[in-house]
Write a protein that binds this ligand. Structure first.
Ligand code: ATP
Ligand code: MG
Length: 267
């Protein structure tokens, strides 16, 4: 029996295989002590496989001999395959795996192998950090709740607004400039509007990169994972719509934030 741990920059995710299916748990990486205590109570009889940027810190604190370190990208890709299989996407071919964690990474998943295609520093950390600087609120669930009723049109500039009355060469509803409509003259937007625009920036950045990666890799499916999608219907919605506009099939698996931990547990 194994347990997989994905210790990322923001959250530490744990996945355990049981007769009833996968059991999940997560902790803020800043509260490492709590995570170690939980692992020492719930995973004593399990072999632990650890991945993520903070894997060796966890290993040092656990003081156990039976620990295996797993490379992050192979863990998340293996975990994504497992989750997609469980969700009924059985005949899925190759795809782009876009992991929107603290930062964002893109992999081309080919069979059981993967190739890193790059990434962007715009990710879930940007969602919290930039929203925090704008509104003073740095709490993830408060921010996504706040953004739910936010409107982007006083902050973001669409293509249609630049082409006023003319026929634009590309769809008018695309964002021409994130935050490009903000100015000293316009009335200051509400915190809800500001956070919605930050989420729009993150969503459109990670989707644009995914579209280009999918074109380069000649695949039609993009699988989006990472905790940035948790309870975040705004991010999910923009990413889904924008991917479809480009003729791609987006998949955002439930529990996609646990891909790394699942992949580690299966290794
Ligand atoms: P990385 O892979 O880049 O090292 P990570 O693995 O820690 O980072 P994830 O756990 O996939 O990253 O995602 C972290 C992001 O998810 C945060 O930046 C935030 O936007 C969002 N998030 C979701 N739930 C929470 C939470 N409870 N606390 C803080 N952030 C959360
Ligand atoms: Mg991660």
């Amino acid at each position: 029996e194994k347990a997989g741990i994905d210790a990322g920059g923001t959250l530490c995710k744990v996945a355990m295989q049981t007769e009833k299916g996968w059991v999940y748990q997560s902790f803020p990486t800043k509260q490492m002590k709590e995570c170690i205590r939980w692992l020492n109570t719930h995973c004593v009889h399990r072999h632990l496989c650890i991945t993520g940027g903070k894997a060796s810190i966890i290993r040092a604190k656990l003081k156990r001999q039976d620990l295996t370190l797993i490379p992050e990208f192979s863990a998340s890709c293996a975990g994504a395959r497992e989750l997609l299989n469980n969700e009924g996407h059985t005949s899925l071919g190759d795809f782009i795996l876009t992991n929107v964690g603290t930062g964002t990474s893109l992999n081309h998943v080919k069979g059981m192998k993967q190739e890193w295609m790059g990434g962007t520093g715009v990710g879930g950390g940007t969602l919290i950090g930039l929203s925090g600087l704008l509104t003073g609120v740095y709490d993830y669930s408060k921010l996504i709740q706040c953004a739910e009723h936010g409107k982007r049109d006083s902050i973001d500039l669409t293509v249609a607004r630049i082409y006023e009355g003319e026929t634009p060469p590309i769809p008018g509803d695309l964002t021409a400039s994130n935050f490009g409509a903000a100015s000293a003259e316009s009335i200051s937007p509400s915190p809800a509007d500001q956070v919605a625009s930050v989420i729009g920036l993150v969503a459109e950045t990670v989707t644009s990169l995914s579209v280009l990666a999918a074109q380069k890799a000649e695949v039609k499916t993009v699988v989006y994972i990472g905790s940035s999608f948790v309870d975040n219907s705004l991010l999910q919605g923009i990413v889904t719509r924008y991917s479809r506009q480009w003729g791609l099939t987006p998949i955002i698996p439930e529990h996609g934030s646990f891909c790394g931990a699942i992949g580690a547990a299966l290794s």
